[in-house]
Design a protein around this ligand. Sequence first.
Ligand code: CDV
Length: 322
Amino acid sequence: MSRLLTIAAAQMGPVARAETRKQVVERLLAMLHEAADRGAELVVFPELALTTFFPRWDLPDAELLGFFEREMPSAETAPLFDAAERLGVGFHLGYAELTPDGHRYNTAMLVERDGSIVAKYRKVHLPGHEEPEPWRPFQHLERRYFEPGPETFRARRAFGGVVGVAICNDRRWPETYRVLGLQGVELVCIGYNTPIHYAPDPGQDRLAAFHNNLVMASGAYENATWVVGVAKGGLEEGVEGLCDSQIIAPSGEVVARAVTEGDEVVVAQCDLDLCNDYKRTVFDFDRYRRPEMYTAITAQRGIREPAVDDGNGDDEPGALDA
Ligand code: CDV
């Protein structure tokens, strides 16, 4: 059996600080049309797709709030929703959300082919720092500008399968995929903005692309799901962002990959039934998982090292609660 879904990863090149929503939406529309022409039924756009990656600056409130959406669709983004519905193409879009009661989230929305909003997800894992740190060549103030998402990862029935959403830093945490995997997820959409320079440990810079694939491919394989990871990258306001958008099969193999540092549409025909090859065999959760052995995962947050052996011979090496 096969359940084919043609998916487009719509990678974005840089968005300038001064670029207007109208200009960005025109770029998104061009990619939406190209994706539709190439048979896509779902187009995945990146994290914070409508603006430059503004957490790189310490901003006054007036400018900061200009990067947020108060409604979705809005007058500026409505053309995207209208075109998608007309073309019968669904999409995933990341944006900065300002709620009517003043909460700010790093959000992504999943829109079905008929234009209905099927999911709204608010980023759970916020990287970076709360206060400006002048020693850095650029800031990463996500923890200042956004509240952490108050809801867990939730899979939905959409696009003929079971679909989940995660955002950027979420992709580095195995818990993200597992929580979705436990809901039978078959496709995880992930948008990202990943500066290649990681100021707290620049030794990681040369590994940015390797780590990007490593986490998404293992998340796909270990949870028997498709993963679509889509960048906004390239040289944006002087900061080099990782591109390398990719569509990954439940085998962990990359089946389609971006090759540029600009706006680029990458398309793959994804068989959602392929997930069952793994869900019913090596990753038959019901048969093989031992949740009673994993209690530390939800019971504790940070590391608790084993006690130091006091030499009396009664310490069990590695005991979690010694
Ligand atoms: N937008 C992000 O979440 N970026 C982080 C960086 C800061 C490490 C990421 O995980 O790619």
